[in-house]
Design a protein around this ligand. Structure first.
Ligand code: KE4
Length: 430
């Protein structure tokens, strides 16, 4: 499979765009090789500048639940465009999408739309701080919540729970209110509450997808809820990725734990730039212009993006059983690959939630980021390259999650498994 044109495109892009990409993960740095430049998507397939075709298991990192160029969503966007691109004024489309979001997520009484997941999380954190009058926040190592300063944090020295900036350009002062806990480890959360009596919120991906797929244990989430209640701290579920991907009614419907605020993105934009945050009425009503907590955005609630999101969620509402079908396919693809790996004496940990799937080349189950980091990154990179060569487009990092779209058929899944057996055999004999 030639990637000459992608290489040429990548070299040119690097002269004009840092790293040649507009989001770091796309540069294939953790797997090596040339990032594939895409010309179009259709259904389950991506096509690249060399004319190669791939079954797409990334789907723009989650948004495309119905695959590429879904007719319903595409027609909704085209119709919206014919009425104008943006007004900077309220439209009926925003209210209609808000109705759907609040219908699907029982914990959301009111919702505010923004243009990215980062913006949704940044705003939800500010709202939690404004509502509680407190400054500190707790996040979990391995959870990613977008690139706002307070959340670009890595573990501090020793047993310190207060984190340090994980990126240059983030002043230590901007992360001094961020405490770090270990995912699925309730003792580490208790430690944070011993170290601070000023915690506004705990933010968690209840189904983590940014350390690979690592769902939180139900018991852990219930204990987390109890600790937040005991301290009048808000619990924020960051479902930018898992929302409408793990279930159509949110992690709360799977775990029985109700958050105070939820952040959303990806699927709710149908492929267009949309983020959202919502929750209990008394909290949301603190948001400007109803309340004092300021938040704004020129293209927030953009009518074209709203139309795409509304079409996607309406389609989901009309096909409520679709998540069961997608989960069966997710289970089949990882079970099939696990079996193929086992035939080569390779241990693969697997998991799924709804249309999300994850796998680690790891001898042991993965319950947190330090477990995930013990996975065989080199083997993952070789597997990724081999599958790409066979025409299967997997996430280009072991710390990402795979997705099944409605456009991916059982036949494609079986072919993927067959290809994985060929790739893993070649790696083993390599
Ligand atoms: P965006 O700002 O990228 O729209 O959303 C940030 C975000 C927030 N919360 C969660 C749980 C997320 O997964 C994300 C973004 N996800 C990554 C994929 N791991 C986006 C891909 C990228 O960074 O290019």
């Amino acid at each position: 499979m030639s990637t000459e044109a992608s290489l040429k495109a990548f070299n040119e892009a690097q002269n004009l765009i840092p790293g040649g990409v507009n989001s770091p993960v796309r540069a294939f740095k953790s797997v090596g090789g040339v990032p594939i430049f895409i010309t179009e998507g259709k259904g389950a397939y991506l096509k690249d500048v060399d004319g190669n075709e791939y079954v797409d298991y990334v789907q723009s990192w989650g948004p495309l639940l119905f695959g590429h160029r879904d007719e319903t969503i595409e027609n909704a966007v085209i119709d919206a465009v014919k009425h104008g691109l943006s007004f900077g004024a309220p439209t009926l489309a925003e209210t209609e999408l808000a109705k759907l979001v609040t219908e699907f997520f029982s914990s959301i009484d009111k919702v505010r739309f923004v243009s990215s997941g980062t913006e949704a999380v940044m705003s939800a954190i500010r709202l939690a701080r404004g509502f509680t009058g407190r400054d500190d926040i707790v996040k979990f190592t391995g959870c990613y919540h977008g690139h706002s300063d307070a959340l670009l944090v890595e573990a501090g020295s020793g047993a310190a729970t207060f984190g340090n900036p994980s990126s240059p350009g983030v002043p230590a002062d901007f992360t001094k209110h961020t405490l770090l806990a270990e995912y699925n480890n309730i003792e580490s959360v208790k430690k944070c509450f011993e170290d601070s009596n000023d915690i506004a919120c705990v933010i968690i991906e209840p189904i983590a997808g940014n350390m690979g797929l690592v769902p939180a244990d139900k018991e852990f989430l219930h204990e987390l809820r109890e600790i937040c209640d005991a301290n009048d701290t808000l619990l924020i579920f960051d479902e930018v990725m898992s929302g409408f991907r793990a279930s159509i009614n949110g992690a709360e419907s799977i775990t029985g734990v109700t958050p105070d605020l939820v952040t959303l993105g990806k699927v709710i934009g149908g492929g267009m730039p949309v983020g959202a945050f919502g929750g209990r009425r008394e909290i949301m009503e603190q948001l400007s212009p109803e309340g004092p907590v300021y938040q704004a955005g020129t293209l927030s609630g953009n009518p074209v993006a709203m139309a795409a999101g509304y079409a996607a969620l309406t389609k989901l509402k009309q096909n409520a059983r679709v998540m069961d079908v997608l989960n069966k396919r997710a289970q089949r693809v990882v079970e099939g690959m696990q079996e193929a790996a086992k035939e080569q004496g390779i241990v693969m940990q697997i998991d799924t939630r709804g249309s999300m799937f994850g796998f680690f080349f790891n001898e042991n189950p993965v319950k947190n980021f330090s477990d995930a980091a013990k996975s065989d990154a080199q083997l993952f990179a070789r597997f990724h390259a081999g599958m790409l060569e066979e025409g299967y487009y997997f996430a280009c990092s072991l710390y990402e999650t795979g997705f099944i779209s409605t456009a991916i058929t059982d036949e494609m899944i079986e072919a993927t498994i067959k290809a994985s057996a060929k790739v893993l055999k070649a790696i083993k004999n390599g």
